[in-house]
Write a protein that binds this ligand. Structure first.
Ligand code: GLN
Length: 272
């Protein structure tokens, strides 16, 4: 592995500078660990295809997914982003609007404009908890953060304070076969990512549920699989499938870098 690592944050709209700061903190923390390999980090804002192509991994920030997708389309970035996620299969993490963009299917879109990148075989429900005024904070238990620098950030073993702002949830895990997406596309007010026919064909495995928000599970008004049927109770607020990770909430807004540390470590493993 080269000791130069470039991690990009899509900087078209939304909370990208907060991610840059926390990625930098995560990199500093990883460098400070005993026996850390010598590395040169480049944490960069991505606005062009050239910048995207220089990245080993990418974060899609929260913001407004419709705006991000429109600007990405206008900047000629949509297809290169799909390649990055679904063909090159580089590590990608989407928060909130970023999670929506990484879903293969999303609902409640305006008739015009919204396009998805895709990569996660899930259907998301946008604005699941309502409007901006209904934003809230919750303490999440995220066992995967055990080794993520809690001592350094004085948060070890504490629940993760998460901010939900017009947040989506994963309301359904889609079966990985292609037909599922066609079924989704027939639903009202639904947008799906373009077919995965062009993807590398490599199996990326199942969608793993990484976190749920206890007590907020809402019954869905269709008769498809609900969050409840997939496992324990609670709305699904973090998922991973192969190289793609998504969170409903905004870990970049609470100053706790543990999820960034965890994710950057995943990136390093993927690059090995
Ligand atoms: N609901 C917003 C959207 O549709 C996402 C909100 C957020 O990223 N905080 O894009």
């Amino acid at each position: 592995m080269s000791n130069e690592i470039t991690i990009g944050v899509l900087a078209l709209q939304g909370a990208f500078s907060e991610h840059i700061q926390l990625l930098q903190q995560a990199a500093n923390y990883i460098d400070s660990e005993p026996n850390a390999a010598p590395r040169k980090w480049h944490i960069i804002e991505v606005r062009t295809v050239e910048q995207l192509q220089s990245c080993s991994a990418l974060v899609l920030p929260g913001g407004e997914s419709t705006t991000i997708s429109l600007v990405a389309a206008r900047s000629g970035l949509l297809e290169p982003l799909r390649d990055f996620v679904k063909v090159s299969r580089k590590p990608v993490w989407g928060t909130c609007a970023g999670l929506i963009l990484l879903a293969e299917s999303a609902n409640r879109t305006k008739q015009t404009g919204q396009e998805l990148i895709g990569g996660l075989d899930v259907r998301v429900n946008r604005n699941h908890f309502g409007r901006q005024v209904e934003s809230f904070e919750a303490a999440l238990d995220l066992p995967f953060l055990v080794d993520a620098g809690g001592e350094a950030f004085a948060t070890s073993n504490k629940p993760f304070r998460s901010v939900f702002i017009r947040a989506p949830v994963v309301e359904r895990v889609l079966a990985p076969q292609a037909g599922e997406q066609e079924e989704e596309a027939k639903l009202d007010d639904t947008v799906v990512a373009p077919s995965k026919a062009a993807s590398s064909g490599k199996s990326i495995g199942k969608v793993e549920i990484m976190a749920r928000l206890p007590g907020r599970a809402k019954a869905l008004n269709d008769n498809k699989t609900t969050a409840r049927e997939v496992g324990e109770e609670g709305d699904i607020v973090a998922v991973r499938q192969g190289n793609v990770f998504g969170t409903s909430f905004h870990p970049e807004l609470t100053g706790d870098a543990r999820i960034h540390v965890w994710w950057v470590k995943q990136v390093l493993q993927a690059l090995q």
